[in-house]
Write a protein that binds this ligand. Structure first.
Ligand SMILES: *Cc1c(COP(=O)(O)O)cnc(C)c1O
Length: 413
């Protein structure tokens, strides 16, 4: 990757920040670089992830699914088995250790669906940090259970009422807080986006996924996989697993975006594979955003709450240009079918986000040879998606259950 001093990857990345944040970001860069060149930091990180999050996460051979599809052999990297149920904890615990090194005692974070907020609040409880989370008003209403857990974990949840009251507005609010609190506070950004050094730093913490996956797949099968599939929201889980294979040019890396109701519908979050993805500068970085013809940020849609960010990691935008990563999109309907199949064939419930990677693998596996290997990164577990999945599968028993609950509630029972 190029020009890592200023955080550019080809034409993407950089640090588009206010004067006041400059000091703080440069302080962060200094500490991050020192940690990165100090082997004891990574050792401490690895043993923390071992004792607290159950790492290394397993690589599971999906034998039934592979036989059913009749093509490539499918292996699943089980990030769903992490503490808090997804890969997000990898980034958050890494930044927690760095916060401790910087001598700071307060952390702030943005959250959309609430997953990153819960992970950050968990880390803050573990490290004994004060914690405030910024969350858009609409998301607060949609994601009550996550707000509940953040508060029980000791975090203060600040409701953001600016703009569209969603994730991008929460990010702006968190940057505003940081401008005034940088002496005591670290901003734990949740994905490989934002100004330098966040994209590189988050990708570094997530690289633990790819390191393990490469070692595991080679140990188990005696060879390298043909393709790796990962879903792409901001880009952290995909960069995490891909980074273990960047130098192995025979391994094809496939990033899967949220195709929503289809690319033609305009209701999707496909920044890298749709014509609505255009280069712009926002949220501290130059990258590809979903925009209309006037350059206005466009509302996104996805069945999964974790893939509908308007921008994407500048590192991935660059990897599209260099063609090291191939990008695809899976529609909501394909994703629901992938969840159904994975549950029935393997007894594994993927998060709706992760199911985008499964959907694409399911499309491609039958056309591949039986001795080829695929790795799907299961970024998280799907328990959290029970309401959406039940609704999408039109389960009649579930509908009866919901109606009974609603009637009991209305009757004041
Ligand atoms: C947040 C989330 C994602 C999307 O974020 P990335 O930074 O693109 O990895 C994907 N899967 C799950 C389970 C998530 O919680």
């Amino acid at each position: 990757m190029e020009d890592t001093e200023r955080g550019y990857y080809g034409q993407f990345g950089g640090m588009y920040i206010t004067e006041i944040l400059n000091v703080c970001i440069h302080d962060l860069i200094r500490h991050y670089k020192r940690a990165r060149s100090d082997a004891s930091f990574w050792n401490e990180y690895q043993s923390l992830m071992m004792s607290y999050s159950g790492r290394p996460t397993p690589l599971t051979y999906a034998q039934n699914l592979s036989e059913y599809l009749g093509g490539a052999q499918i292996y699943i990297k089980r990030e769903d088995l992490n503490h808090t149920g997804a890969h997000k904890i990898n980034n958050v615990m890494g930044q927690g250790l760095l916060t401790k090194r910087m001598g700071k005692k307060r952390v702030i974070a943005e959250t959309g669906a609430g997953q990153h907020g819960v992970a950050t609040a968990t880390m803050a409880a573990k490290f004994g940090f004060e914690c405030e989370i910024y969350m858009g008003e609409i998301d607060v209403k949609r994601q009550r259970p996550n707000v509940f857990w953040m508060e029980k974990l000791g975090a203060k949840v600040n409701v953001v009422k600016d703009g569209t009251k969603c994730l991008k507005d929460a990010i702006n609010a968190a940057f505003r807080d940081w401008s005034f609190s940088m002496d005591t506070t670290h901003y734990v950004l949740g994905t490989a986006c934002g100004p330098h050094p966040f994209p590189e730093m988050v990708a570094w913490f997530q690289s633990i996924v790819g390191m393990e996956a490469r070692q595991q797949v080679v140990a188990e099968t005696g060879k390298m996989p043909s393709r790796i599939f990962a879903c792409v929201g901001g880009g952290s889980n995909s960069l995490g697993i891909f980074s273990g294979f960047f130098d192995a040019t025979s391994v094809e890396l496939v990033g899967v975006e949220a195709g929503g109701l289809g690319l033609e519908s305009g209701k999707h979050a496909a920044r890298l594979v749709s014509s609505e993805g255009k280069i712009g500068v926002a949220q501290g970085m130059k990258t590809v955003f979903v925009q209309d013809n006037e350059g206005q940020m466009h509302e996104t849609h996805s069945i999964s709450a974790g893939l509908d960010y308007i921008g994407v990691s500048p590192i991935l935008a660059h990897l599209r240009e260099t063609k090291r990563v191939r990008f695809e999109a899976a529609t909501d309907a394909e994703v629901v079918e992938a969840v159904r199949l994975t549950i029935r064939k393997e007894g594994i419930i993927p998060a709706l986000e992760s199911a985008h990677a499964f959907a694409q693998a399911i499309k491609e596996a039958p056309k591949m040879k039986k001795d080829e290997i695929i790795v799907v990164n299961q970024s998280g577990r799907g328990d959290k998606d029970i309401f959406i999945i039940a609704d999408a599968l039109k389960d009649p028993e579930w509908e009866k259950f919901i109606i009974e609950k609603a009637e009991a509630y209305n009757a004041g029972k």
